[in-house]
Design a protein around this ligand. Structure first.
Ligand code: F6R
Length: 612
């Protein structure tokens, strides 16, 4: 969703902010803008479309400012156009703001300000906020900092903001509630951004702002206070991220880079945790809580999208191995019910970004009912990671492609480790199964690598189906969530309508869709439901559906009854999703590329969904 970059220091702000905005493009946006403060003038430049469009507009301008704020906007209030793009001016044009999030009570504030003579140019809630700050400063005669705090006490909603004033070219003011904001600390310079990607190139020292905190850089000094003026000592952390992890490294798209990274990212998810040879499994963040997990009456898993699919895989793993009742909920639905949750329940929240608003809200709800919350997050220091009682990072590295790929396999890996650890503690698995699973997990990266040998074959299949209008994905057991994930990947990046179903459910309705124009992807690996899935394939073939089957290496039967097969190496049935999802990621990728789609930034999508 929206992205923030701001800079104050001695370098030229424009190129630095522009580069930062490009780094944030992956979050999803529809317009961009930059405000620069130079020679006592506050100039705002903004444009609908890509950051490159803004860059084109500014080409040839001599922009020397050493302080500025920049933004990529994902429209909420008001259509994507030049006027609604951020930054916005205050009424007297002396202040300017960039904002992520939504000010829910903007309408009543706006009406009051209109009565006072304010003139608004855009349809946005953000413009209302900066006019409101200006109005408070004018009414109280106080500092900009105190006006910002007073205004933020009045607003309802979520925000990360940076404010700049023509009256103080040595000052930037930032604040957050519910939307992330990172401050990079350099030598005599400061960077503000929605995540660390625009900062990493300049400094590794960062401070993650907390909700209700206001950060002020004034004359080269950073101070942080809450809305009631209580000072906090900034907690400076070292970024572990490396620059090459956020660059394409020779690949055409981030998505394909991230798909091919999976042998490494899965290894990283297990690094330091799994030593199969010694029969050792240690999850640092969970060690003190294993008894808690083992004693749980019930585990409730919450997440959205791909993370929810990883949760569905975990349901099978925990139930099978740890014999505990598991429920998997869309975070967005869970938060708007009155769920029956108490202190005997464990909630596991799964999120790549760690910023998903619905998942955060579900956590707060479950916390308020006394449940213990574990997080499975990828982004270190993210809001969800901080809101949970304990957890395990997935350590997949930054995921820049909007379509989640390596984050999914890392989530499944960590959830498998958790399920095995709990099962061991409970004594619900035999030592042989325990050992077998550890060894199999260790072998997964090489098996994923092996699937890549089929990449050119998958590309050929993608070519044949490039212009399909619909797809159905079918799987049973652990491959059912994989079918959902395959369908989601295809629809989000290629815009082809795709549905995932449990294979047996097909005959209860979706079978009506099958004809010679309907491609059906079957997850048909050799597992306990192999015979059943073969019957489902026959049912589709009898109705002339075109079948692409993901099969286990060496299967000689299915190739004889379907149109196309893609082989994956055999693994333990419980770990199958880690290999069976790979061809589906590649198939979606190649189809989307052949259709000329913007694979890394598909239309309408945002990488971290920080609004409801
Ligand atoms: C799909 C995708 C989304 C996310 C969902 C949750 O490829 O990326 O469905 O999985 O928005 O995001 P996180 O995991 O960041 O909470």
């Amino acid at each position: 969703m929206c992205g923030i970059v701001a800079y104050i220091g001695n370098r030229k702000a424009y190129p630095l902010i522009l580069k930062g905005l490009k780094r944030l493009e992956y979050r999803g946006y529809d317009s961009s803008g930059i405000a620069l403060l130079e020679n006592n003038k506050l100039n705002i430049y903004k444009k609908k479309g890509k950051v490159a469009d803004l860059e084109g507009e500014l080409a040839g301008k001599d922009l020397q400012a050493t302080i500025g704020i920049g933004h990529t906007r994902w429209a909420t209030h008001g259509e994507p156009n030049d006027v609604n793009a951020h930054p916005h001016y205050s009424n007297n044009r002396k202040l300017s703001i960039i904002h992520n999030g939504i000010i829910e009570n903007y309408s009543s504030i706006k009406q009051n300000l209109i009565k006072k003579g304010h003139i608004f140019l855009s349809d946005t809630d953000t413009e209302v906020l900066i006019h409101f700050i200006e109005d408070i400063q004018w009414e109280t005669g106080g500092s900009l900092e105190s006006a910002v705090k007073l205004a933020l006490k009045e607003v309802v909603g979520a925000y990360a903001i940076v404010v700049m004033s023509v009256d103080n070219p040595r000052q930037l003011i930032a604040a957050r509630k519910g939307s992330p904001l990172v401050i990079g600390i350099g030598v005599d310079e400061y960077f503000f951004a929605s995540d660390a990607t625009p900062i990493i190139e300049y400094t590794k020292n960062v401070v993650y702002l907390d909700d209700y905190e206001v950060a002020v850089v004034n004359d080269g000094k950073l101070s942080i206070q809450n809305l009631d003026n209580t000072e906090t000592i900034p907690y400076i952390q070292k970024l572990e991220m490396e620059l090459d992890t956020i660059e394409k490294g020779g690949y055409e798209h981030f998505m394909i880079k991230e798909i091919f990274e999976q042998p490494r990212s899965i290894t990283d998810s297990m690094r330091g945790r799994l030593h199969a040879g010694e029969g050792q499994l240690l999850l640092g963040g969970l060690n003190n809580h294993l008894d808690n997990l083992a004693a749980a009456n019930r585990i409730v898993i919450v997440g959205c999208g791909t993370s929810w699919h990883a949760g569905l895989v975990a349901e099978y793993l925990f139930e099978e191995l740890a014999r505990v009742n598991v429920e998997v909920e869309y975070a967005s639905e869970f938060r708007y019910r009155n769920p029956v949750i108490n202190e005997n329940d464990i909630v596991i929240a799964i999120s790549q970004s760690g910023e998903t608003a619905d998942t955060l809200a579900a956590i707060e709800l479950a916390k308020s009912k006394g449940a213990t919350i574990f997080g499975v997050c990828n982004v270190v220091g993210s809001s969800i990671a901080r809101a949970t009682h304990a957890g395990a990072y997935t350590h997949a590295g930054p995921e820049i492609g909007v379509a989640s790929t390596k984050a999914f396999t890392a989530q499944v890996t960590v959830l498998a480790l958790m399920a095995i650890a709990v099962a061991k503690r409970k004594g619900t698995i035999s030592i042989e199964t325990y050992q077998e699973l550890l060894l199999e997990l260790e072998a997964i990266p090489a098996k994923v690598q092996k699937v890549f040998e089929n990449a050119s074959k998958i590309k050929e299949i993608a070519f044949i189906f490039t212009y399909a209008r619909n797809f159905i994905y079918l799987g049973r057991g652990l491959n059912f969530p994989v079918a959902l994930e395959g369908a989601l990947k295809l629809k989000e990046i290629s815009y082809i309508h795709a549905e995932g179903y449990p294979a047996a459910e097909m005959k209860h309705g979706p079978i009506a869709l099958i004809d010679e124009d309907m491609p059906v992807v079957f997850l048909a690996t050799k597992d306990s439901s192999y015979e059943k899935i073969v019957s489902n394939i026959q049912e589709v073939k009898a109705r002339k559906g075109r079948v692409i089957a993901i099969i286990t290496e060496g299967d000689t039967f299915i190739p004889g009854i379907v149109d196309f097969v893609i082989e994956v190496p055999k693994t333990h049935e419980l770990l199958t999703p880690l290999v069976s999802v790979i061809p589906l990621q590649l198939l979606s990728y190649y189809i989307a590329v052949m259709r000329g789609r913007n694979v890394d930034q598909p239309r309408n999508l945002a990488k971290s969904v920080t609004v409801e």
